[in-house]
Design a protein around this ligand. Structure first.
Ligand code: DC
Length: 239
């Protein structure tokens, strides 16, 4: 069976913040010719909208009623640019702004709001109707695509993840302190794991990847092998 005849699959990559899942997901998608969707970017874009429209007070409380009503006015999409895939919020490229510490520190309470999750889950499912996608997030294998043919749960220690996020911020020219980044990682883990709706959980049928001590090449190889196995399984014994 050649590649064009193969039945495409859905790849769900969930895990903790800054576990490196986006990089892994992006690379896998490019290697196998699938579309990559960053579901965290969608929650970040909604958070940016809420911040810009004064729906989050100085204490960090989100006006969930107003945000719920505004969801119909929030249009999120992705565009392929020479710098990679960028997130669009109502047509505007917000890729850089959604990665700021301000958005990072307000996104968890926004992602815990029922109406926000409902709207974004529906949008994510629309992206998957044709299959052939790699989507990363927190609840992709449990809630968005419980039927995904390949599920991965990525983890690493909070210190390893804070170090990565800190380096990323500094490289992008965003001022940051390691201690603040670590505190943010720990706080987000807690909110993501304990929220009532779609908490961060490993799907029972997900393969676990703890990448605290793995090289980039080892992770890529592991992921690609799992993809080929999953694709083979989805195509029966014909491929
Ligand atoms: O992966 P990230 O750090 O860019 O995600 C940003 C936030 O969005 C994170 O706090 C958890 C939330 N999120 C979620 O609740 N569900 C998803 N599918 C993806 C992200």
């Amino acid at each position: 069976m050649d590649n064009s005849q193969k039945r495409k699959i859905i790849v769900a990559i969930d895990g903790y913040s800054s576990s490196g899942k986006s990089t892994m997901a992006k690379e896998l998608a490019a290697k196998v010719g699938y579309r990559y969707i960053d579901s965290g970017a969608m929650y970040r874009a909604v958070t940016l909208y809420a911040l810009e429209n004064n729906m989050i007070d100085p204490d960090g409380n989100v006006d969930s009623g107003s945000l719920g009503k505004a969801l119909g006015d929030i249009h999120i999409d992705f565009a392929l640019t020479p710098q990679g895939q960028h997130t669009l919020l109502n047509g505007e490229d917000v890729e850089h702004r959604i990665r700021s510490m301000e958005v990072s520190s307000h996104v968890s309470p926004v992602a815990a709001i029922h109406s926000v999750r409902q709207a974004l889950t529906a949008l994510q499912q629309r992206f998957g109707t044709e299959k052939g996608i790699v989507m990363d997030g927190r609840d992709i294998g449990t809630t968005v695509f419980p039927q995904a043919e390949m599920k991965v749960f990525v983890t690493a220690s909070p210190e390893t993840r804070a170090e990565r996020r800190y380096k990323e911020l500094i490289q992008n020219g965003t001022p940051a302190k390691y201690e603040d980044v670590l505190a943010n990682v720990i706080e987000r883990d807690h909110i993501d794991e304990t929220r009532a709706e779609s908490p961060l959980r490993k799907a029972p049928d997900a393969a676990v990847l703890d990448n605290s001590h793995l090289t980039h090449a080892q992770q890529s190889e592991w992921l690609l092998n799992l993809f080929h196995e999953s694709e083979l399984k989805a195509n029966g014994s014909e491929c």
